[in-house]
Design a protein around this ligand. Structure first.
Ligand code: CAA
Length: 258
């Protein structure tokens, strides 16, 4: 399907989604977020897709929620329409792995969108920030809740209260991003990581995503039990037999997602 605010390419079992509002630094308006949710939903349904990558331009992953779209809204408007809730849920519902490949600005909703992915690979020119305080508001898509879990209270407070940006190196040190690569190679590296995931068995990949995400939300004892039970359950799959036999036979496994 044709989109207006994103570009979608599927190749080698990976769905690459590029945010594409160059005149607005990829600011996230509702049309863009809805298209993104739709494209990810289609990727979830498409058997050829085994992993997704979301990226922006070299200058901006996304400079935040669209301020022009929000500026005239009242409390009643945003509360009644539940601004950003369905859009965030559409992304969180995806069970296939999602990598955010961030170059340039990832601010406000842009940083929050990156954090909705399963992990972030950053170009060495990436800048992360939650500057909503400068607009008289606060983060509204995870920039206080999710960011605190990822980088800890001190840095989350520092970023959200001062509105300062964090460069790629600091973001890696803080645990916000999994790795930093040269900006020119960002998409290539993210696609390579996605293709590596795409080679694995889809059932273990889905189970891992689910367990890590649950670990964020559950007390440790519950998360450990959830993990252990999923680990046990994977012994019911053919992929477990294949994976372990291939190791013993010193050959590459041929996973069949069963
Ligand atoms: N919303 C709407 N338009 C935006 C935008 C945004 N978040 N960010 C940038 N743009 C637009 C600018 O208005 C400008 O458009 P015009 O040419 O029509 O004026 C165009 O993109 C280019 O931007 P700049 O001229 O500002 O480019 P720059 O290189 O000088 O600065 C920037 C880049 C530092 C990213 C700066 O644009 C900026 O600070 N943007 C806003 C960042 C921000 O405050 N984000 C938080 C948004 S609120 C939010 O996200 C809420 C939430 O948690 C859900």
């Amino acid at each position: 399907m044709a989109y207006k605010n994103i570009i979608v390419d599927i190749e080698d079992n990976v769905c690459l989604i590029r945010l594409d509002r160059p005149d607005a630094m990829n600011a996230l308006n509702l049309d863009l977020l809805r298209e993104l949710g739709k494209a990810l939903g289609e990727a979830q349904q498409n058997d050829k897709v085994r992993a997704c990558v979301i990226t922006g331009s070299e200058k901006a992953f996304a400079a935040g929620a669209d301020i022009k779209m929000m500026s005239e809204k009242s409390f009643v408007d945003v509360f009644t329409e539940d601004l950003f809730t369905p859009e965030e849920q559409a992304i969180r519902r995806i069970r296939k792995p999602i990598i955010a490949a961030v170059s340039g600005y990832a601010l406000g909703g842009g940083c929050e969108l990156a954090m909705m992915a399963d992990f972030i690979i950053a170009g060495d020119n990436a800048k992360f920030g939650q500057p909503e305080v400068n607009l008289g508001v606060m983060p509204g898509m995870g920039g206080s809740a999710r960011l605190t879990k990822l980088v800890g209270r001190a840095k989350a407070m520092d970023m959200a209260l001062t509105g300062r940006m964090m460069d790629a190196e600091e973001a890696e040190r803080a645990g916000l991003v999994s790795r930093v690569v040269p900006a020119k190679k960002l998409v290539e590296e993210a696609l390579a990581a996605a293709r590596k995931i795409a080679e694995k068995g889809a059932i273990s990949v889905m189970a891992i995503k689910e367990a890590v995400n649950r670990a964020d939300e559950m007390p440790l004892a519950e998360a450990l039990l959830f993990e252990r039970r999923l680990f046990h359950a994977l012994f019911a799959t053919e992929d477990q037999k294949e994976g372990m036999t291939a190791f013993i036979d010193k050959r590459e496994p041929q996973f069949r997602d069963r």
